[in-house]
Design a protein around this ligand. Structure first.
Ligand code: MV4
Length: 451
């Protein structure tokens, strides 16, 4: 096991990683920007090193500064968390060149599964279902038109290097497809430094179902079942839950096995998430692979009992995955509410500033992953998520009741948070029925006059 790990992140995930390190007996070094200098979680690190000013490009995204801190503190490994440098193959490679273990996949494995065109190639080879579409990237407009004629409209143009909904264009006919291909290529080149685009059949009504997987350096791969993340707005997830409500277990078992087979085929070591869309008949189509620990990993931890962050650290240090597939059982139901410092009645306007009141919920089956507390000032520089409320119960109905109960206890002020939105959703009959699609929340917000 490592002696000392540097955490190249901030906020709740930095705290989450520190907790895992502490339990593993690993020393922690946390880096921070001047915007985070007074954050209480830094006191829990064995050492905290300032790496620059507030803007991410000068601190949390600055590879040279993070490597300098790692050299100074003499760490064995770096955990990137999510966002920031977590999916940068160049960062994983710099770490290797500096003889610092990157807690995540190798640059090679990231190259195979982090690129959407490549990931689809691996998926096809591993017999993982994908949407019908172009064989790899499309170069010429006529090529795209030919594929679209075969698969039928609507089609969607996606950037190989895109993500989070960026660089997508939906085309309902040949004219719009012709008008959009070269635009999409130029945009992708400018935005991602990679102009490769591909097309596939566009699915109108879908649920977002993703599979948590772990791979190790000994060729093992296990899945930790699925999460439903359909409750989202502008590609930002709002509520996640596990297991996926109403999904036929035989079907999901097959999809989960597929996901594990995919990461094994890419010699992937670390935590990953294989994203799928599920249609109304519960057919699955792989979208992409996220090559990091995700925000919503706790719902999987709550239903499986597997500590995903600890596993990611163990795997990087060369240990095999600590659980066998046959021992990973689903127990109960978990729901995560992302608590953001935003006003959902004012188009989710960010609400940074000092927190005076913070009364966090507790009790049986209630987990809070947060770095916030009374006296904490939410800086305006970063993502507005200030914590996650995760509630577990033996079944979905009780998990909803517990989440509602916890949200009612939860008091934050004077900044605005998304707690009221989550309370609304726990009372929403469509959510309670289970199985809302990826467009549901935006429609509901619009209907409520909040869109
Ligand atoms: C799609 C799709 C429909 N058909 N691909 C959006 C983000 C990126 N991960 C892929 N996305 C989509 N790809 C096909 N062939 C619809 C979406 C999509 C979406 C997917 C997951 C969660 C929320 C979404 C919201 C809008 C569109």
């Amino acid at each position: 096991m490592f002696r000392r790990v540097l955490i190249a992140n901030r906020g709740e995930i930095a705290l989450r990683i520190m907790r895992a390190c502490r339990e593993l007996g690993v020393e922690t070094v946390c880096v921070y920007s001047t915007a985070d200098r007074d954050a209480p979680y830094l006191k829990l690190a064995d050492r905290a090193i300032c790496i620059g000013p507030g803007p991410s490009k000068d601190s949390y995204l600055n590879i040279a500064r993070i490597i300098s801190a790692a050299e100074l503190a003499d760490v064995d490994a770096i955990h990137p968390g999510y966002g920031f440098l977590s999916e940068r193959a160049d960062f994983s490679e710099v770490c290797r060149d500096c003889k610092i273990e990157f807690i995540g996949p190798s640059p090679e494995a990231m190259g195979k599964l982090g690129d959407k065109v490549e990931a689809k190639r691996y998926a096809k080879a591993a017999k993982v279902p994908v949407f019908p579409g172009s064989e790899g990237a499309v170069e010429e407009v006529d090529e795209a038109v030919e594929v679209a004629a075969e698969i039928g409209y609507p089609v969607i143009i996606k950037a190989a290097a895109g993500g989070g909904g960026r660089g997508m264009r939906i085309c309902h006919n040949e004219a719009t497809l012709r008008a959009n291909i070269s635009k999409a290529q130029q945009e992708a080149a400018a935005a991602f430094g990679n102009g490769a685009v591909f097309i596939e059949k566009f699915l109108e009504h879908a649920r977002h179902v993703e599979v948590q997987v772990l791979g190790d350096k000994h060729g093992n791969a296990v899945h930790l079942w699925e999460r439903d993340c359909s409750m989202q707005r502008r590609h930002q997830k709002v509520i996640e839950e596990a297991p996926g409500p109403g999904i036929e277990r035989k079907k999901i078992e097959e999809v989960c096995k597929n996901a594990a087979r995919l990461i094994k085929s890419a010699d992937y070591a670390g935590a990953a998430t294989v994203e799928f869309l599920m249609d109304e008949k519960q057919n699955f189509y792989m979208l992409e692979v996220n090559t990091r620990v995700q925000v919503e990993h706790p719902v999987t931890e709550m239903i499986t009992g597997v500590d995903i962050v600890k596993e990611s650290i163990r795997i990087a240090s060369g240990e095999p995955i600590s659980v066998k597939q046959k021992d990973v059982k689903v127990n109960g139901h978990a729901i995560e509410c992302r608590i953001c410092a935003e006003d959902h009645t004012k188009d989710f306007m960010p609400s940074a500033g000092m927190i005076d009141t913070w009364r966090a919920p507790g009790g049986l089956g209630v987990r809070m992953d947060t770095h916030a507390s009374a006296g904490y000032r939410v800086p305006p520089n970063y993502d507005s998520m200030i914590g996650k409320l995760i509630c577990w119960a033996p079944d979905r109905e009780q998990a909803i009741a517990r989440t509602e109960r916890a949200l009612r206890e939860f008091e934050v002020g004077p900044i605005k948070t998304t707690i009221p939105l989550h309370l609304e959703m726990m009372h929403n009959s469509d959510f309670r029925r289970g199985g809302v699609d990826i467009h549901y929340l935006e429609r509901a917000l619009k209907a409520a006059g909040h869109g």
